[in-house]
Write a protein that binds this ligand. Structure first.
Ligand code: PLP
Length: 452
C-alpha cells in the first residue's frame, strides 16, 4: 500500500481535477477515498463520511453492495468488453429489453453510450438527422432553457444555460433558441401558475417565431440540477409536451439526474404522465458503479433511419465502449434490486421524512430557500433572504459549508451557494438524520447564525 503522503504528493503532481480551481486544490489537504460501505465513504486514514451527494448523484443502493458486486464478478468471469459495432453481447441485449419495459410506453429502441453528455449528444444528433430523413432539413434549431445543464461536450453545452460554465466557449457552440425561465422561488415569481404561463408563453413565442425550424425542445424534467436545483412549476412539463406536439417538434427529456428513483418515481416524466420522443439516462443506470448511458427513442424515429445501405440513412455515431457488458450486467442487477425490494414504495416514508425535516432549515437566518424534489434537495444560502441578496460569489459560502460538513463526517459538493443533498436511495432514516444534522450545524457555524 502506498503511504498517504505519497498519494497526496502524486495527486497534486499528476492529477487535474474536474470543475476544480487547481490553485485552491494545491493549497489544501485532499480527501482520498479508499473504500465504501453502504452510504459511507472511507478515506485512506480510515475516516468515515456519509455520502451526501451519492458520489456526484450516481449511487443508488449504496457502495460495495453485495448483489451488485456479485453481478459484476459474474460478468467479469465471462467477458469484460465486446463491441456493439457490428456484433452484439448478452447483457446489452437483456438490458435494452428491460429499459424498454421500464420506461414510458412508446420508447422502444435503446442506443447506448458512456455518460450523460454523450446520451444528450446522441439525442441531439438523432433529432437533427431525423428531420433530414423526414425531408424537413430546415428543422435545425433546439429550444433550451436558462440554467439548463446537459453536460460538457460541445453539443451538450450548446443547449446549456449556465453562463459561468458555457460562456467561455460561446463561439464554439451551435446556435439554438434559449428560453428564459427563472426559478419559482424568487419573490416576484411567487405565483406558480403565473410562472408556468410565462415560461410556456416564452416557449410558444420561440416556436412561432421559428416555425418549421425547431428540431426539438430539450429540458431536465421537474428540476434543473446543476443550475441550482431549480424546480419547474407543477404542470409545466405536461403542457410543454402538449406544445411540442402541437408545433410538431420533438421533446427530448434529459433524465440523467432525475432517473432511477431520484424524484420518488422511477422517472421524473411519470409525475406528469409525459412520454418524450427521446429520453436520456446515465448516472444511476449502472447504480453509480460504472459509466453507462442510454438514449431511448420511438419506433417512428428509429424507422426514419431505415433504408438501403447506399442511402446513407445510417446513424453514424458510436463510442468504443458502447454497451459495455460489465456496466450492462450491473445495470440489470440495479433494476432487479428495485423490483425485488419494491424499493420505490419502500422509499416513500423516507422521502416524507426528508421533506419534513428539510423544512426545519427555514429556521436558519441565512437559508433563503429549500427546494425539494423526491430525494433531491437544494438549500440556497443568502446574505439576506428578506431582500433576496445573495452571498458574494468570492465568499465561497457554499464551499465553506461543505468543508465544515466534512469535518463533521459528511461529503457534500455545493452549487455556488446552494447546498445539494442527494444521498443514495438506500440510506436509512437514522443515517439521513445524521446527514441533515451535520448540514444544519455546518450552515449555522459558517453563516455565524446565533439562533438555537
Ligand atoms: C441533467 C444532466 N444532464 C447531463 C449531465 C452530464 O452527465 P455526465 O457528467 O455524465 O456527462 C448531468 C451531469 O450532472 C446532468 O445533471
Amino acid at each position: 500500500m502506498i503511504d498517504k503522503e505519497t498519494l497526496v504528493e502524486w495527486d497534486k503532481r499528476y492529477l487535474w481535477h474536474p470543475f476544480t480551481q487547481m490553485q485552491d486544490w494545491l493549497a489544501e489537504e485532499p480527501v482520498i477515498i479508499e473504500r465504501g460501505e453502504g452510504c459511507y465513504l472511507i478515506d485512506i486514514a480510515g475516516n468515515r463520511y456519509i455520502d451526501g451527494i451519492a458520489s456526484m448523484w450516481t449511487n443508488v443502493h449504496g457502495h460495495n453492495h453485495p448483489g451488485l458486486n456479485t453481478a459484476l464478478k459474474a460478468q467479469i468471469d465471462k467477458i469484460a468488453h465486446a463491441t456493439l459495432l457490428g456484433y452484439s453481447n448478452v447483457p446489452a441485449i437483456q438490458l435494452a429489453q428491460k429499459l424498454v419495459e421500464l420506461t414510458p410506453a412508446g420508447l422502444n429502441k435503446v442506443f447506448y453510450s458512456d455518460n450523460g453528455s454523450t446520451a444528450v449528444e446522441v439525442a441531439l444528433k438523432i433529432a437533427y438527422q431525423y428531420w433530414q430523413h423526414k425531408e424537413e432539413p430546415q428543422r435545425k434549431l433546439f429550444i433550451h432553457f436558462d440554467n439548463a445543464y446537459h453536460g460538457d461536450t460541445i453539443g451538450a453545452m450548446s443547449v446549456g444555460g449556465i453562463d459561468s460554465f458555457h460562456s467561455t466557449f460561446a463561439s464554439l457552440l451551435f446556435k439554438g433558441i434559449r428560453v428564459s425561465a427563472s426559478d419559482v422561488y424568487r419573490p416576484s415569481d411567487a405565483n406558480e401558475v403565473v410562472v408556468k404561463t410565462r415560461w410556456l408563453n416564452a416557449v410558444e413565442r420561440a416556436l412561432s417565431e421559428h416555425e418549421g425550424q425547431i428540431a426539438g425542445i430539450i429540458l431536465e424534467p421537474l428540476i434543473q440540477g446543476a443550475g441550482g436545483m431549480l424546480l419547474a412549476p407543477n404542470g409545466f412539463l405536461k403542457e410543454l409536451a402538449a406544445l411540442a406536439k402541437r408545433w410538431k417538434t420533438l421533446l427530448i427529456l434529459d433524465e440523467v439526474m432525475t432517473g432511477f428513483g431520484r424524484t420518488g418515481k422511477m422517472w421524473a416524466c411519470e409525475h406528469e404522465d409525459v412520454t418524450p420522443d427521446l429520453f436520456c439516462m446515465a448516472k444511476g443506470l449502472a447504480a453509480g458503479y460504472l459509466p453507462l448511458a442510454a438514449t431511448l427513442t420511438t419506433d417512428d424515429i428509429y424507422n426514419a433511419f431505415l433504408g438501403e445501405y447506399r442511402d446513407l440513412k445510417t446513424f453514424f455515431h458510436g463510442h468504443t465502449f458502447t454497451g459495455n457488458p460489465l456496466a450492462c450486467a450491473v445495470a440489470l442487477e440495479n433494476i432487479a434490486i428495485f423490483e425485488r425490494e419494491n424499493l420505490l414504495s419502500r422509499l416513500q416514508p423516507t422521502l416524507e421524512h426528508f421533506k419534513n425535516r428539510l423544512q426545519e432549515f427555514y429556521a436558519l437566518a441565512h437559508v433563503g430557500d429549500v427546494r425539494v424534489c423526491g430525494f433531491t434537495a437544494g438549500i440556497e444560502l443568502m446574505e439576506n433572504p428578506d431582500t433576496d441578496t445573495p452571498y458574494p460569489f468570492e465568499e465561497k459560502v457554499g464551499i465553506r459549508v461543505c468543508k465544515e460538513a466534512l469535518t463533521r463526517g459528511a461529503i457534500l459538493r455545493p452549487l455556488v451557494n446552494t447546498i445539494v443533498l442527494m444521498p443514495p436511495l438506500q440510506i436509512s432514516i437514522s443515517e439521513l438524520d445524521t446527514l441533515l444534522d451535520i448540514v444544519y450545524t455546518s450552515i449555522k457555524v459558517v453563516t455565524n447564525d446565533p439562533s438555537q
